[in-house]
Design a protein around this ligand. Structure first.
Ligand code: MLC
Ligand code: AMP
Length: 502
């Protein structure tokens, strides 16, 4: 049997004339439109000389055409590599050098780095126009999904590493299909659903979790190009399901129009990618009558746990392990278990067909993050309650999650340490009312040096995606260290005041 994920999704598509993507302003892509557009693009990829297994990189704003490119890549048996459009040229050069794609699709003016690396390029603008669709226009609108084995790669998604170097999680057709099938059924998706899709499509949450559930059910998606609270609120009365990161919920709560009437067709709100504050969940329930369903996952694994659709949704818990996912808690620092008892806190390890095959061209990192007997170390800390609901209480990995986007302090510290007059630096996350956590840098000057933090911020913005740039830089005389010489970030977090305003 062909394990190509596109073939699996297409088998569940709605009828040819059923709306699949409903765009702002009234434009509609039916299931037939999406199937034909992805066929034309798949034919174009083949005509470009790309072979199954070749990588197709896309650094684009969200559009229906960009989504069709993802499906075309699957269909042609190639490997999709989505990249955040916020990445700056230096960051992009790393991804392209590491993944060596056979094609790069970028925004107008955004293809120079790829072209400089001799990678063939097409442009696609934020409205889905450009050389890519022009070139595909003359292609055949039929394309049989290329035969793929279940373990063949479907996508590579980069996730930052503790050393500052990003790792490419290798996701197979099986990984994505298993997770999609489980979630579609667990969350009760049907052809009657209308998913309000406001997430970006360069990450697991928007590209796989949200859209695969809708496609597998033959449902429709209200396709918002980006999250904007007022626009989402205006669309809410037409939607039945919404998925978002916690920042989406705090921003929706700031809208006076959010009430039960605005949610009259809604059956399910889902949150993930970062901790949902119990206070946010409670305020949302008071305003709308809905208890947000919180789930937990990772780039490397897709979704791992979820609160139930029908049973008790526990605020403050991410729910029990999904069917097909084995989850255990082990003592921090313990290599191979044993599993701790309910109530005991440790690091979360998981196994299942949803877990990726390892990191692209980084066997040494793969060896570190998986145990010898195949458990994946998530780096998250938590405990299971008596009913096997998981409660996350922290992270063993040095990671900041800001507005649902991951920032690895090491990467920012390396960039800060290169700036003139900086002796050393430490980057921490502090509570933030909008982003959940904000990136804050503490820098120490070299003797006699004068540090210009405004100039630092300007320079960092040219080198790092905006969401990684510290919201504040604080100058300190020295960094607190323990007797081993390790910087005590917990002491910095205690000393620096979180901001209270929005
Ligand atoms: C943008 N900015 C951010 C930011 N996003 N700063 C900190 N954290 C963020 N997340 C900065 C920009 O650099 C810019 O700075 C300014 O804010 C305005 O940019 P914007 O693009 O207009 O911002 P906005 O549209 O408000 O974006 C915020 C957001 C967005 C929360 C809507 O970041 C978002 O959609 N996040 C969701 C990400 C996501 O899909 N995560 C799932 C990962 S998958 P300046 O200085 O230039 O003004 C995963 C697995 C799982 O984690 O379990 O799901
Ligand atoms: P990413 O690498 O972007 O896939 O981020 C995965 C990380 O996001 C996980 O390891 C968790 O630390 C965090 N995460 C995802 N969902 C949740 C959640 N519901 N609550 C707390 N943290 C979460």
């Amino acid at each position: 049997m062909n394990a190509n994920l596109y073939a699996r999704l297409r088998a569940h598509f709605g009828p040819d004339d059923k709306p699949c993507l409903i765009l702002p302003g009234g434009g509609i892509w039916t299931y037939g439109d999406l199937d034909r557009a992805s066929a034309r693009l798949a034919n174009l990829l083949v005509a470009q000389g790309l072979k199954p297994g070749d990588r197709v990189a896309a650094q684009l704003e969200k559009s229906a055409q960009g989504f069709a490119l993802y499906l075309a890549t699957l269909r042609a048996g190639m490997v999709f590599l989505p990249l955040n459009p916020a990445y700056r040229p230096d960051e992009l050069a790393y991804f392209l050098g590491d993944a060596t794609p056979g094609l790069f699709v970028g925004r107008p003016g955004g293809t120079a780095v790829a072209a400089g690396n001799a990678i063939p390029c097409f442009e696609l603008d934020d409205h889905g126009r450009g050389a890519l669709v022009d070139a595909a226009a003359g292609q055949d609108e039929h394309f049989e999904p290329v035969a793929r084995a279940a373990d063949d790669l479907a996508a590579i998604l980069y996730t930052s590493g503790t050393t500052g170097r990003s790792k490419g999680a290798m996701l197979s057709h099986r990984n994505l299909a298993v997770n999609a099938t489980t979630l579609c059924s667990l969350w009760g998706f049907s052809a009657d659903d209308v998913l309000l899709h406001a997430l970006p499509i360069f990450h697991v949450h928007g590209l796989f979790i949200a859209s695969h559930c809708a496609l597998l059910a033959g449902a429709s998606m209200l396709w918002a190009p980006r999250f904007d609270a007022a626009t989402v609120l205006a669309w809410l009365p037409e939607a039945s399901v919404f998925m978002g990161v916690p920042t989406y919920y705090t921003r929706l709560l700031a809208e006076p129009g959010l009430d039960a009437a605005a949610c009259r067709r809604m059956r399910l709100f889902i949150s993930g990618s970062a901790p949902l504050l119990p206070e946010t969940a409670q305020r949302f329930r008071q305003r709308t009558g809905h208890t947000i369903l919180e789930r937990y996952g990772m780039t490397e694994t897709g979704m791992l746990t979820s609160n139930p659709l029908h049973g008790e949704r526990r605020i403050g818990s991410v729910g029990p392990a999904l069917p097909g996912v084995a989850l255990r808690i082990v003592a921090e620092g313990s290599e191979d278990g044993p599993a701790l008892a309910p109530g005991e806190i440790g690091t979360v390890e998981v196994k299942g067909e949803n877990v990726c095959r390892g990191y692209w061209r980084m066997p040494e990192k793969t060896a570190t993050d998986w145990t010898a007997d195949g458990w994946f170390r998530t780096g998250d800390i938590g405990w299971l309650d008596a009913d096997a609901y998981l409660h996350l209480s922290g992270r063993a990995k040095d990671l900041i999650i800001s507005g649902g986007l991951n920032v690895y302090p090491k990467e920012i510290e390396l960039a800060l340490d290169e700036l003139p007059g900086v002796l050393e630096s430490a980057v921490i996350g502090l509570p933030h009312p909008d982003f959940g956590e904000e990136v804050v840098a503490v820098v120490v000057a070299e003797p006699e040096a004068h540090l210009d933090t405004d100039a630092f911020l300007r320079t960092l913005k040219t080198r790092l995606a905006g969401y990684k740039v510290p919201k504040r830089i604080v100058i300190a005389q020295e960094l607190p260290r323990n007797t081993m010489g390790k910087v005590q970030k917990n002491r910095l977090r205690e000393t620096l005041q979180p901001r209270t305003g929005g």
